[in-house]
Design a protein around this ligand. Structure first.
Ligand SMILES: Cc1cc2nc3c(=O)[nH]c(=O)nc-3n(C[C@H](O)[C@H](O)[C@H](O)COP(=O)(O)OP(=O)(O)OC[C@H]3O[C@@H](n4cnc5c(N)ncnc54)[C@H](O)[C@@H]3O)c2cc1C
Length: 405
């Protein structure tokens, strides 16, 4: 069969790899001048490894991605370790990534700590997300964790991530986040770009074609004279179906600071910002997870958040946004002299980064088969209850390849 795939993110590339392995003639069209979508990376001249435009790691539960990485011969390059995750609350950083760190946390009293531990264990073992999708996270979590723990730990994160949509998010979304989280985090030697490069290489080896800088605006343009037997869209639903009933997707913005010295001096890799009023939700020091030697000795700091597509940040320059972020970064490490320590910085932004999943979302997920014959949809708005991730993009790419064969 002749198959066109729109979008060369992990979903499109995985589908392309599977379909070309089955001897189908596959052509992938990608609007950017690079493949890999949200998981792609870039390299500075003095770096040995690529760095993702947006912070990325895998969990040990990401079995579809791990299997594919092994199958592609990259298994030896996938390393798991246990970097530090902390919470920034009332102007202090507190470790919060293990039973022991919760036990010693100054944020909660003992009964609250015990309840937090039990609530988390409950979500880890509770099998039925369907019952949870009927209730919102903001109603369910105070009941499960208790008001105080909810207000310190989860309310600020849900608010910061989903903004005006936070009151609508289903408890199933939260369940999925806890269910799949592992203590150990994984990263590929060389960055996730290595996986993207390998998929591209295999697709081409199998006779597939990948056209970059090819934005497909309408399916009709692509399928003039019925050129393709099947078309797979791996792009956000609203791009091809502007009247979709799905909620809009949130955008993401990551400021990448290339620094001469460590910023999070307590070695935290992932810092959730739980204090209100910050213009970002996470500060992620890549080089507290991965050795700075792979980035020419530089220290890499991501400062990121999620914003609606019409947010003013998407119209601002990196300098303007940095100026807004700076006073807040200074609160986190008041001794850090950015003027002296910053080598350069970069802004990554994408307006289609995070699906919004209100209660009973499973009832409105669009099917893979669209209303147009032989045109299929496979995107991150369809992987619910799971949150978006490389693992689910791989699973979805494999599923859609089987579906259309
Ligand atoms: C801030 C952030 C942090 C993340 N952290 C993690 C993490 O730690 N671990 C993890 O596993 N996952 C993480 N993810 C999620 C992960 O990156 C995505 O789930 C995954 O890459 C999605 O792949 P995809 O192919 O489905 O979508 P995309 O990557 O969005 O790919 C879609 C592709 O389609 C192209 N396209 C769009 N419109 C058109 C058009 N009209 N014509 C042609 N091409 C088009 C786009 O350019 C893009 O390349 C993160 C995402 C973000 C935003």
């Amino acid at each position: 069969m002749k198959i066109a795939i729109i979008g060369a993110g992990i979903t499109g590339l995985t589908a392309g790899y599977r379909l070309t392995s089955q001897k189908h003639q596959v052509t992938i069209f990608e609007k950017n001048d690079f493949a890999g979508g949200l998981a792609s990376g870039f390299k500075q001249k003095n770096w040995d490894w690529s760095l993702e435009f947006f912070y990325h790691h895998l969990f040990t539960t990401d079995q579809n991605a791990i299997k594919l990485i092994n199958e592609l011969g990259l298994g030896d390059q996938l390393k798991f370790s246990r970097p530090k995750t902390s919470i920034y609350y009332e102007d202090k950083i507190s470790r919060f990534d293990s039973p022991a760190s919760i036990l010693f946390s100054p944020l909660l009293n003992y009964p609250q700590k015990i309840r937090t531990g039990l609530a988390t264990i409950f979500l880890k073992v509770y099998p039925d997300w369907h019952s949870l999708e009927k209730i919102t996270a903001v109603k369910f979590l105070p009941k499960l964790y208790g008001r105080k723990a909810y207000q310190i730990l989860w309310k600020p994160l849900i608010k910061a991530k989903f903004g005006s949509f936070s009151d609508q998010i289903s408890a199933a979304w939260f369940w999925a986040r806890i269910k799949k989280r592992s203590f150990q985090l994984g990263y590929l030697d060389g960055g996730f770009q290595v996986l993207i490069d390998k998929l591209e290489e295999k697709i081409k080896e199998n006779g597939g074609k990948i056209y970059l800088n090819q934005e497909i605006a309408r399916i009709n343009d692509l399928n003039h004279n019925n050129k393709y037997d099947q078309i797979v869209l791996t792009v956000p639903t609203s791009i091809f179906s502007p009247k979709t009933k799905l909620p809009p997707m949130l955008g993401a913005l990551n400021m990448i600071l290339v620094l001469k010295e460590k910023f999070l001096i307590d070695n935290t890799y992932w810092l959730n910002i739980n204090d209100p009023g910050y213009p970002f939700v996470s500060v992620v020091e890549q080089t507290n997870f991965i050795d700075p030697k792979y980035y020419g000795g530089n220290h890499i700091l991501y400062v990121g958040g999620y914003y609606p597509a019409n947010h003013r940040f998407f119209k601002m320059t990196k300098e303007e946004i940095f100026k807004e972020f700076l006073p807040f970064l200074k609160k986190i490490n008041p001794d850090y002299n950015f003027k002296l320590k910053i080598e350069n910085f970069k802004l990554s932004s994408n307006k289609y980064a995070q699906p919004i999943t209100p209660t009973n979302y499973s009832r409105i997920i669009p099917p893979h088969q669209t209303s147009i014959p032989n045109v299929y949809l496979a995107n991150m708005q369809q992987i619910y209850p799971w949150d978006r991730g490389i693992n689910y993009a791989v699973e979805l790419g494999e599923k859609i390849a089987k579906f259309i064969e």
